[in-house]
Design a binder for this molecule. Structure first.
Ligand code: PHE
Length: 496
């Protein structure tokens, strides 16, 4: 028999009295189930199997309304008036003394009720026609209300006249339609053999072991509902920024670039002087750059300090006039947190001046910025160079276009720009929802930069922002959202 254990249990329970019409309560107690969903679920399955019929009974249930609850505590209004009336001497049964014993709003309805009971006003006092009959009527009404005070009753069990009387009064009783179910065995159900209804071992999971053991041939399988609602699994996943960095890394690797790295802590010499940024440049002040106090200086090779001094002061033999300012080697040795990853690419050239190279790096940089919707004091740059004899501007531009189109931004444009270390210098924009957004800087390193590094080849160089790109891809308009540890929001971000 293809029945599950719950259905078997319910059938066994019903076979204890095969002809009975079972209520929910009876089935719960006979099966020992704590939850009515088992009865409903198994009952439906047994009905499908033709073993049980489910009978729906519609009943009208009567409960006390708000006024009814009050009446069951304090007594019905007519009962209170009647008690008062019979305790007074006939000549004291006046409207004004009655009114003083009632709440204001009760006086009007009270008089109406009295009239209907056969009490009238005769020369200023209240007179009843038939006291014993009134006592009986009021007694019956009070008993009716009392009988409902222990909970709802089915309408069919109650006195019809009382129900219709109280239905006409405000908020004393409420009538409600309810559906109750009962379960009965069908002919076929009654014929089931109880000995076939033992619990069976049912298999909920098909494993390789089960399939190999051949035991599946005689096994009973747990039915399952493929439409049942299930929680959406939210397993672990890489942080979107990590995933994005991975993606960028594989694009550059695919394009034939090698990855380089560098330290966060650098000298002002390598971070700025090597790039021909004048020592008086505003970006070199404490307001813009994080200088370290410990160690306040780092060693820089004298060879480079000498060359940078010459280039900065008069251009050395680069053909440039330099900045024409005194160069301070002590300033060069000051330690700082790198303000761009261009420091990594120039150091790479200095270490490999005679080897053509195409390298990239994705690294964190630091600038004194106040945090807002578009700024953070720490952020990432995507840096790269092409250092080879034939390097040129079109090569630079097509490399950047290739990179961005692989990232999903086929429309790229470049605009003339200025950086102290490149000539020409170009800014790179991508088209996003009809708008050009600036994502980075690039250019060809000036001779003032390359000559001290020991190379005569041109260098295509770029430094692109990562966070702005991430915001476009992830659909964010506040840069801070990228780094807030809000698991729910992170879970909703697209998987790259
Ligand atoms: N270093 C520049 C920046 O931080 C970007 C850049 C890199 C520009 C290389 C030109 C060449 O914005």
């Amino acid at each position: 028999m293809g029945l599950g254990n719950n259905e078997r249990r319910m059938l066994r329970a019903m076979l204890s009295e095969p002809s009975k019409d079972w209520s929910l309560e009876e089935l719960l107690s006979e099966t020992g189930w704590g939850d009515q969903v088992h009865v409903a679920g198994s009952g439906a399955a047994l009905e499908d199997a033709g073993l049980v019929s489910v009978i729906e009974n519609r009943v009208t249930v009567v409960t006390l309304g708000e006024e009814g609850e009050k009446a069951s505590k304090d007594g019905l209004l007519e009962a209170r008036i009647w008690d008062w009336l019979v305790s007074q001497k006939p000549e004291d049964r006046t409207m004004s003394t009655l009114s003083s014993t009632l709440e204001r709003h009760e006086a009007g309805p009270g008089v109406g009720l009295l009239k209907a009971l056969g009490i009238s006003l005769e020369s200023g006092t209240l007179v009843a026609d038939d006291e014993s009959q009134i006592t009986t009527v009021i007694g019956n009404r009070s008993a009716f209300i009392d009988s409902l005070s222990n909970g709802p009753k089915e309408k069919s069990e109650l006195d019809e006249e009382m129900v219709s009387h109280f239905s006409g009064r405000k908020e004393l009783i409420m009538l409600e339609e309810k559906v109750s179910r009962s379960w009965a065995l069908t002919k076929k159900g009654k014929k089931t053999n109880a000995s076939e209804l033992e619990d069976v071992e049912m298999i909920g999971e098909v494993t390789p072991e089960l399939l190999q053991s051949e035991a599946w041939r005689d096994a009973e399988f747990k039915p399952f509902d493929v439409n049942a609602p299930a929680p959406t699994p939210s397993g672990g996943r890489p942080h979107p920024m990590i995933a994005l960095i991975e993606m960028i890394r594989s694009i550059f690797l695919e394009m034939g670039f090698s990855e380089i790295e560098g330290d966060f802590i650098q000298s002002a010499g390598w971070n700025m002087d090597s790039l021909f940024i004048p020592q008086s440049h505003p970006a070199r002040t404490m307001q813009d750059t994080f200088y370290l106090s410990e160690p306040a200086q780092v060693d820089v090779d004298e060879h480079y300090l000498d060359l940078w001094r010459k280039v900065h002061e008069h251009g050395h033999d680069t053909g440039s006039k330099g900045w024409g300012l005194d160069f301070d080697k002590e300033e060069s040795k000051r330690s700082l947190l790198r303000t761009h990853t261009t420091v990594n690419t120039v150091r790479h050239i200095a270490e490999n001046p005679h080897e053509p190279s195409r390298v990239f790096g994705i690294g964190r940089v630091f600038r004194q910025e106040s945090i807002d919707r578009t700024h953070l004091p720490e952020f990432y740059q995507i840096e790269g160079i092409i250092h080879e004899p034939e390097a040129n501007l079109p090569m630079l531009i097509s490399t950047l276009k290739t990179f961005y189109s692989k990232m999903g931004f086929p429309d790229v444009r470049v605009r003339p720009a200025y950086f102290p270390y490149t000539e020409p210098s170009v800014e790179v924009d991508v088209l996003w929802k009809g708008e050009w957004l600036e994502l980075g800087g690039s250019g060809i390193f000036r001779p003032e930069v390359t000559e001290p590094l020991g190379t005569e080849w041109p260098v295509c160089a770029w430094g692109l922002g990562l966070e702005r790109l991430a915001m476009l891809i992830l659909g964010l308009d506040d840069i801070r959202e990228l780094y807030q540890p809000d698991l729910e929001r992170l879970d909703r971000m697209p998987i790259l």
